[in-house]
Design a protein around this ligand. Sequence first.
Ligand SMILES: Cc1cc2nc3c(=O)[nH]c(=O)nc-3n(C[C@H](O)[C@H](O)[C@H](O)COP(=O)(O)OP(=O)(O)OC[C@H]3O[C@@H](n4cnc5c(N)ncnc54)[C@H](O)[C@@H]3O)c2cc1C
Length: 450
Amino acid sequence: MKSTLIGRQAVVVGAGMGGLPAARALADYFEHVVVLERDALPLDASHRIGIPQGRHTHALLAGGQQALADLFPGFEQDLAVASAVPVNAGLDLRFERPGQGPLPARDLGLVVHAMSRPLIELTVRQRVEQYDNITIRQRCRAHDIIASQDGAAVSALRFENNEGRSETLSADLIVEASGRGNLVNGVLEAIGRPRPEETAIGVDITYTTAVFAVPDDAPTDWKAVLTFDPPAEGGVTAVMAPLERNRWIVTLVGHHGEKPAVDRDGFLAYAHRLRTPTIYDAIKKAEQLGEIVRFGFPASFRRHFDRLEEFPRGLLPFGDSICRFNPAYGQGMSVAAQEARLLRELLERHTAEPDPLVGLAPAFFAEATTLTETPWALAAIPDLAHPKTVGQRPDDLEQRLDFTEALFRLAAEDLAVHKLLFEVLHLLKPQSVLSEPCLVERVKAVAAQA
Ligand SMILES: Cc1cc2nc3c(=O)[nH]c(=O)nc-3n(C[C@H](O)[C@H](O)[C@H](O)COP(=O)(O)OP(=O)(O)OC[C@H]3O[C@@H](n4cnc5c(N)ncnc54)[C@H](O)[C@@H]3O)c2cc1C
């Protein structure tokens, strides 16, 4: 352990895809890190009740994989050993946009890994468990955060332990990665402080997901498929990806009241009506494994903690507690991993301060806002194109949609643009790289030909 300790104990609420990397980031700076998780955690890659979304397709983008590898060196090898399926994002993913054929299959130098959400989480958890100073306490449900009388700082957390008894843990830092942010909101209310403003986009989508055994005659020219409708009709409409143990996962995405059926015939009929036959043709005779499941996602939201004038010392919301993205763009876990890497960088920078924790939350909120800007915009702009989506539309929405359309057409023609665009979609680069004047000129020229 480093000699840069800034506190005795940090407590993380939630052992999900935000809490686990956050715990690793804290482990170098606190004597003990305690992760409280309400679920019993499985020893294998099976589903658990606290992660209902885990039965649906979960893509780990290259930016998220990179952040996890920065926190856990050798993480990609762990994924490979765990039987995750390597997917070359330019070559193996059939990217089916409307108005053009699939993007040309090209090696863009981006290799990600496809696997189930339980397997991603298990792989991260096994790395976290290797730290002697991190303790994961299962079946412990956090109840409330205790603040000092003047509300300037938080000092402890009350929870129900695995024997059903109430316990209190003192903490120099409490990170809420419960996926909801209720505890942070609760303590802000208790000390009479305002909650953060929230921006929401009512996308009202319904995920319906089935898993299949990969048949012997499976196509060999792709491993994964992403099918889009025009943005005004909903954008991402189906995702298909490989899973460990020679399986496929297929998610059909219904928009604004469309609910793909949960029986095999209805599911296949919905897949048959997709804009392209790729997914239907692949699964129509494949053996279905287990039940078809559904998940309703009413709205993406973003909480503007960076706009609060004051925030209690020693408290940090994290992951989905700050920003919940439309899952169809596959960003949430990757952003949470990038936030954990950011947290580690900030702790490193703050160790030299007389009170390292005093400016931590404001610095984190400012930089996390920058970090979430690209993924938020990548989803929000197409989502707002649907007439039924509820949300504040920017004045230049039409221009932005036309720009994206033309950008994809240019990407189909030009390998360098294709690569740059995918680096942005995979959260390796900010969206601002797509505003370079010479690129903008070329995109406008393509748009003018339409
Ligand atoms: C349908 C769907 C599909 C998605 N697909 C993708 C995808 O393809 N790619 C992607 O990157 N992201 C995807 N996401 C988003 C991703 O699931 C989340 O962004 C990510 O899990 C956020 O991590 P988190 O730690 O904030 O929350 P979670 O990972 O949800 O973890 C929260 C944890 O806190 C625990 N908890 C809750 N309350 C308490 C309490 N009071 N006390 C103790 N423990 C508690 C829960 O049991 C859980 O373990 C998807 C989301 C949905 C809904």
